[in-house]
Design a protein around this ligand. Structure first.
Ligand code: SF4
Length: 371
């Protein structure tokens, strides 16, 4: 197990639930826009948000941003020791630096001393695009070995400064190299690992690259926190990170099991699944699929009797299409025939069994269901 570090109200490592991170892309000096984006990320389920601190104006804006934030914030600082110290003193819960560009061992020690005095951990982040020249010369390119060696070397620099509240990242833009680099780090040290594929690209590609690398590592028990890097709005980064965790059973929530359909399908599976998913987004059902590590609420929507009854019976609730209608399964009990709209039958059954009476009128749920 990795060591644990505390990041404000969150914990990374030591067996704590995997946290999802993202990063603002507003101008940090504009504290209102930055705070709004942090709020949007927190509303999407992001646990920790990183903010670039790149000049004195950013440091000045930091206090207002930190005061307004519902989640712990990380200051991302490069090149200037005074900004790193200013960020820590402003109240950031964590610092991300690259010790290789912060100005030599004496300056690393100053930053480490300040972080230690404030109880702030430091992430050393190595990226394939900013690997130091010596490491490139030794390995020829940003290989997994080069990334892991560089990251560990950065951690050793902090250790020499008497600092051990360290989180490590070694990200490549190459999915396979990322997996290999983190596998090496997990063998070489017990510091908590921050997973991610760097510069993963536009969402349609970046989601797949990130899921492949982060998913492979998490499935092996490697990784303590993650960030999905996508070009554009950061909210999908957080949503994707949560979906990766959910896919591996590492975070609770709604799990829709829906078949791809084929010529045997007896109902419009995609439409039924989408309507049920939308209905369950209503606040009335928030307690059913909590956004925490409390397990999944499984809803099966299956097109026919080939795999339908089996999947529907194993889910919390499910519906399987049949030539004369559909069959509804609740908690594996005997199926109930459905003659009308299968989506409505599912929603009504969920409401009867799991809805919170009186909290929202039935019309609200139906409105969600109809989109
Ligand atoms: S459950 Fe039935 S409809 Fe769905 S993919 Fe399988 S065989 Fe086709």
């Amino acid at each position: 197990m990795t060591r644990a570090v505390r990041v404000g109200s969150a914990r990374i490592g030591g067996g704590a639930p995997i946290t999802v991170q993202s990063m603002t892309n507003t101008d940090t000096r504009d504290w209102e826009s930055t705070s709004l984006q942090i709020r949007a990320l927190a509303d999407a389920g992001c646990d920790i948000v990183r903010v670039s601190v790149y000049d004195d104006e950013c440091v000045k804006a930091s206090r207002a941003i930190i005061d307004a934030s519902p989640v712990p914030l990380v200051a991302d600082v490069h090149f200037r020791t005074d900004l790193a110290i200013g960020a820590i003193e402003s109240g950031f819960a964590k610092l991300r630096i690259n010790p290789g560009n912060i100005g030599g061992e004496a300056n690393v020690r100053r930053v480490a001393d300040c972080a230690k005095a404030h109880g702030v951990p430091i992430r050393v982040g190595v990226n394939s695009g900013s690997l130091e020249k010596a490491m490139l010369a030794k390995h020829g390119r940003p290989t997994p070995e080069a990334l892991a060696e560089s990251a560990l070397s950065s951690a050793r620099t902090l250790e020499r400064a008497g600092f051990d509240q360290i989180v490590i990242a070694a990200k490549s833009n190459n999915t396979a190299d990322t997996i290999c680099a983190y596998r090496l780090l997990s063998k070489w040290c017990d510091y908590p690992l921050h997973l991610g594929v760097t510069e993963a690209g536009l969402p349609e590609d970046g989601v797949v690259k990130s899921a492949a690398a982060i998913g492979a590592l998490l499935a092996d028990g490697i990784g303590d926190t993650l960030r999905v890097s996508l070009s554009g709005d950061p909210v999908p980064e957080a949503e994707t990170g949560i979906r990766i965790l959910r896919a591996l059973g590492l975070r609770g929530g709604l799990d829709i099991i829906a078949c791809p359909t084929c010529g045997r399908a007896c109902m419009d599976v995609a439409s039924v699944a989408a309507r049920v998913k939308a209905a369950l987004a209503a606040p009335r059902f928030a307690h059913i699929a909590p956004n925490g590590p409390d397990g999944l609420f499984k809803v099966a929507v299956m097109g026919c009797v080939v795999n339908g009854p089996g999947e529907a019976r194993e889910a919390d609730i499910g519906v399987a299409g049949a030539p004369d209608g559909a069959a509804l399964f609740v908690k594996g009990e005997s199926p109930v025939p459905v003659r009308g709209d299968p989506a409505q039958a599912l929603i009504d059954a969920i409401e009867r069994r799991w809805g919170e009476p009186g909290s929202h009128p039935r019309e609200t749920i139906l409105k969600y269901a109809r989109g």
